[in-house]
Design a protein around this ligand. Structure first.
Ligand code: UTP
Length: 265
């Protein structure tokens, strides 16, 4: 069973500057809770009992948020709803571990920072920029992992002209979504399909060996897609065409649309 998850939060959020300069985008509200709490709820609802949050020194406020605050709890002791929400954070906090990434050296490097804490064969990886609304996609990935005992990646069909914005997968067998190729931001001509990688993965912990050996790319970053590609020769990967609605929270416009969508109900 998949019981551990990694959520990398140590990026700079450059696409949302200057707003992200002082205030992490993961704290922005979506519905009646933050983006991060939406993602955490998805994890716990899927049966995860330990979440590793990768943060940076600049994002220490994320760690502080989950700390018990006795002064605040006393202050709202006669306001049951508020007290409950504070106590709920304490409950969540007992299931969270923090690791620091010293420099923003890429998503792959952030995942590598959590290596020591991962115990079982497979773990879940969630990117909070990608919200999947309406159906718990982590549960869907876990079900495929249970059936195949393999790594699984959430995928979504995008229009042709958008393939250059995503990591794109190619298939060995389209029928069962067995993946044989991953290409980061291909041109339309070189794209192996129109199925883009979305930020939910179940990975075999052997990914750490590939990430450890990998050289940094052009921007000095270690990319997870390169490591997964190398791993494809030794580990089966399956795509998961999740059923929920994909919401992009990684850009200002995407966030505004996501906020509207969540508040539609
Ligand atoms: P992105 O590559 O989308 O970067 O990271 P970002 O910092 O969130 O945003 P932009 O592109 O600069 O606007 C994908 C995920 O990986 C984390 C990010 O926090 C995000 O959750 N990440 C990225 C790290 O933890 N460390 C890194 O060095 C890079």
């Amino acid at each position: 069973m998949i019981k551990q998850a990694i959520i990398p939060l140590a990026g700079l959020g450059t696409r949302m500057l200057p707003l992200t300069k002082a205030f992490p985008k993961e704290f922005w509200p979506l519905g009646n809770k933050s983006i991060l709490e939406n993602i955490l709820d998805e994890c716990f609802d899927a049966g995860i009992n330990e979440v590793i949050l990768v943060i940076s020194k600049k994002k220490k406020s994320i760690k502080d948020y989950f700390k018990k605050d006795i002064v605040l709890e006393k202050k709202v002791k006669n306001k049951p709803e508020l007290l409950k929400s504070l106590k709920n954070l304490n409950k969540i906090s007992s299931k969270i571990k923090f690791v620091y990434q010293d420099k923003p050296k890429g998503l792959g490097h952030a995942v590598l920072c959590a290596k020591k804490l991962i115990k079982s064969k497979h773990f879940l990886l969630l990117l909070p920029d990608d919200i999947i609304n309406g159906k718990n996609s982590s549960k869907e990935l876990i079900a495929i992992n249970k059936k195949t005992n393999s790594s699984v990646i959430a995928i979504r069909k995008v229009i042709k002209k958008d393939v250059k914005r995503y990591g794109i997968v190619g298939f060995d067998e389209f029928k069962n979504l067995k993946i044989n190729k991953m290409v980061e931001k291909p041109s339309v001509k070189n794209s192996p399909s129109q199925f883009a990688i979305i930020g939910r993965y179940i990975l075999n912990k052997s990914i750490f060996n590939y990430l450890g050996k990998q050289k940094s790319g052009k921007l000095g970053e270690i990319q997870i897609t390169d490591a997964m590609n190398a791993m494809l020769f030794h580990e089966n990967f399956y795509g998961c065409k999740f059923k929920g609605k994909y919401l992009d929270c990684g850009t200002i416009n995407g966030y505004i649309n996501s906020f509207k969508e969540i508040n539609k109900k």
